[in-house]
Design a binder for this molecule. Sequence first.
Ligand SMILES: NC(=O)c1ccc[n+]([C@@H]2O[C@H](COP(=O)([O-])OP(=O)(O)OC[C@H]3O[C@@H](n4cnc5c(N)ncnc54)[C@H](OP(=O)(O)O)[C@@H]3O)[C@@H](O)[C@H]2O)c1
Length: 304
Amino acid sequence: MTTTQTFRAAVVRTPGGPDAIELVDLPVRDPAPGEIRVRVAAAPVNPVDLAVADGYFHGIGLIDQPDRTGLGWDFSGTVEAAGEGVDLPVGTRVAGLVGGFDRDFGTYAEQLVLSASDVGLVPADLDLVAAATLPLNALTAAQLVDLLGDGGGRSLLVTGAAGAVGGYVVPMALERGWRVTGLARAADAEFMRGLGADFTAAAEPGWDAVADGAVMQDAGVALVRDGGVFVGVQPSAPPASERGVEIRVVGVVPDGARTTGLLADAVAGKLVTRVAGELPLADVADAHRLVAKGGVRGRWVLRP
Ligand SMILES: NC(=O)c1ccc[n+]([C@@H]2O[C@H](COP(=O)([O-])OP(=O)(O)OC[C@H]3O[C@@H](n4cnc5c(N)ncnc54)[C@H](OP(=O)(O)O)[C@@H]3O)[C@@H](O)[C@H]2O)c1
């Protein structure tokens, strides 16, 4: 008799907020050439997951799944099986990100099959829960700062600077020579100064560039000086330009080699990993409710 092995994953069939999230059993599959199967150790809850569960991306036509939509973007775990041509031994500790919206699988799962080139290596000194909080948001920040380029002493306002993306943009932009001010809540002032940036809770217009981690959109563009640069985080909804402000928008793309470097930066103390708390995968709806309340610093992490 043959038995089909299965694993548990959290998905939405009909979106509708946390109550719409279901745990389902899915068949295990072997990795194809170039792929690995990972036993997931930790998967953070990111704002994008709340929007997927709410049906926002179904509503704008970015998700068109016939049966179910996978939840979860980044993860950490260990390699369980490797396809042809992959040089990652079983047991290797990895972390990475699954990009794109329209998919029937995600990282809120006991296991995951993905391209080996999309994962980074987790250094021995970094625990897997902390590592899981980094790939999506540090890689987004790195690719956002690529869009900014070198600062040469110019002024940059990072909105949502105490958030996951903003909190990584700040040190990366400082390293690229920007004069960085973080716009965040009053309670975040100490965190911001700890990153080496100036802090404001209410920004005036006139910045050479704005990096919009708080998704202020038009209100963020209004803070840029005439002819300056705005970098947004919503590729599906870029704000309109005004006064010659150049609009750029980051859409994160998986990059295993760069993720390895970012994970090493965390061990070196250049990047901070922040864990708000851990919950078992079965409590995924509660995790979404906690994040939906707002004001969370660091990531809630699901443990399959
Ligand atoms: N395009 C891409 O590839 C990509 C990749 C990753 C993330 N994203 C998007 O980027 C956005 C940020 O993600 P994230 O993970 O950094 O979210 P996050 O951790 O929730 O951070 C957002 C931060 O903005 C703060 N904030 C909101 N409005 C503010 C205001 N008016 N003044 C000061 N601070 C304000 C929030 O504070 P409170 O919590 O106190 O409200 C929070 O600290 C999300 O929309 C996410 O979906 C896009």
